[in-house]
Design a protein. Structure first.
Length: 471
């Protein structure tokens, strides 16, 4: 599909919604904003232009056409959610620039990496430890961990570029790469700050369901199902995609050698470590300190700037942060006003009528399955969340499901669904492109891993959320 065709489809959908008769119970302002919002979502899916461009044009149209005042159109950019994301991206840059993220991974490999299975767990533990401070799964899985995993695979004699090798020889690399990707899928779901669009989920949950999901609450809700998933999924992959080499006593020696090359902790790494521990402590203890999630992230960045671990140039050159600020700011604006103008309430009431008479447990289960596997049609977690999260939450809530159960179930499935395809999230092209795993195997492992994760996150997770009083 060429660019012109994509633009035509976006305009057609937006104009069609704009000019059709406005439903009873919806104001013209709310309906016209919904038309722009729907066109924006389609734009994010088709991407004839970068997401930032589409979002900027959308919010400009809303102000130009009088749907929102200029002040209202720009209100989302002052949202605390935006600055949490910007700060988290910059915070993550400290891990990469100083090399602290790699040091964490190599230390874990040095401790437990004497077999291929243990290497898989070492990869996932490394990802878990750095994920709270790194909202970009591309940076974590693609920038920090992928080079390490690729080196380990080749050290184990698994090299997709060596055409003299048999297919069986590449099984070790296939196992490690699948473990990396499926592990990142899980760690994305474990913290509010471990995936760029997770704070957007918190915004939608507040606008749609009227509940607040804090950093601490998200982490508490995710800890039990997340740890169980991280324990089971690598072993599952090990069984269905067994590596040719099981033992690797050289793994620890390889890690020691890399750490020797890195030398002792640099000043920058010490600052990053201190700031990281401090930020986690303040996020966890927010209820007692009164310091909010955003303030903690901003403090972390300020310390890194003042100690010159990061320069101001590093901050302004962090393109991911400013790109996210633009497109997410526009979405927060539109989502907020769709709620204020009564559109979300009308939609929930209307859609709720379709599930009248169905017990909420069954309605929620059906909606979660549809929501998760609809990701086959998406190449972006963010686009999926924008397109479907609020709507599916509204319908499940209207069916009678408890608000927190609804919000958390769809929040975690918004991340878990990344694992089902080789294009399901930002790190996928990097890992799949390495050539260790063919598409058929990727999809098979992804599908069965998703079934296991659904049972863990919704089944065991739902029980855990009941125990801690969330529903």
């Amino acid at each position: 599909m060429n660019q012109f065709t994509k633009i035509f489809i976006i305009l057609l959908i937006g104009l069609s919604i704009w000019f059709i008769p406005i439903p009873v119970g919806v104001t013209p302002q709310a309906w016209h904003l919904f038309a722009i919002f729907a066109a924006t979502i389609i734009g994010f899916i088709l991407q004839p232009f970068p997401m930032g461009t589409i979002a900027f044009v959308a919010i400009t149209l809303a102000a130009t056409l009088g749907v929102l005042t200029p002040k209202e159109a720009l209100s989302g950019f002052g949202s605390t959610t935006m600055w949490l994301i910007v700060s988290a991206f910059v915070f993550a840059k400290g891990f990469i620039i100083t090399g602290f993220g790699k040091r964490v991974a190599y230390n874990i490999i040095r401790a437990i990496g004497d077999s291929t299975l243990k290497l898989g767990y070492a990869i996932n533990i490394s990802d878990l430890l750095i994920s709270p401070a790194m909202p970009s799964s591309t940076a974590r899985a693609g920038g920090v961990l992928f080079p390490i995993v690729n080196s380990l695979a080749k050290a184990l004699g698994s090299d997709p570029d060596d055409h003299t090798q048999s297919k069986h020889s590449r099984e070790t690399g296939s196992f490690l790469m699948q473990t990396l990707y499926q592990g990142t899928t899980i760690t994305n779901a474990m913290f509010l700050t471990s995936m760029a669009a997770n704070p957007l989920i918190a915004v939608f949950a507040k606008e749609t369901l009227g509940i607040e999901i804090t950093w601490g609450l998200w982490a508490l809700a995710a800890c039990v199902p997340g740890i169980i998933s991280l324990a089971i999924i690598p072993y599952f992959i090990y069984k269905v995609n067994p590596p040719k080499i099981k033992d690797f006593p050289e793994g620890k020696a390889l890690a020691r050698e890399e750490l020797k090359k890195m030398g002792p902790l640099s000043f920058g790494e010490k600052v990053v470590l201190t700031v990281f521990i401090g930020a986690l402590s303040l996020w966890i203890g927010a209820k007692y300190t009164g310091i909010g999630t955003v303030a903690v992230a901003m403090i972390a960045v300020s310390v890194m700037l003042l100690t010159k671990v990061l320069s101001w140039k590093d901050l302004i050159e962090e393109k991911g942060a400013w790109d996210t600020l633009v497109w997410m700011g526009a979405l927060v604006t539109m989502a907020g006003f769709l709620s204020k103008l009564g559109f979300i309430k009308w939609f929930a009431s209307t859609m709720g009528e379709s599930v009248v008479g169905i017990p909420w447990v069954y309605a929620l289960a059906i909606l979660l399955i549809i929501y998760t596997y609809s990701h086959y049609a998406f190449a972006s977690l963010t686009a999926h969340i924008i397109a479907m999260y609020a709507a599916f939450c509204a319908v499940a809530f209207a069916a009678g499901a408890p608000a927190f159960l609804v919000a958390l179930s769809f929040a975690f499935m918004s991340n878990i669904c990344m694992g089902i395809t080789h294009y399901g999230g930002a790190p996928a092209p990097i890992i799949f492109g390495a050539g260790y795993v063919d598409q058929n195997r990727w999809w098979k492992i992804g599908f069965f891993a998703s079934l296991i994760n659904i049972v863990i996150w919704i089944g065991i997770g739902g029980i855990w959320w009941k125990v801690i009083g969330l529903w």
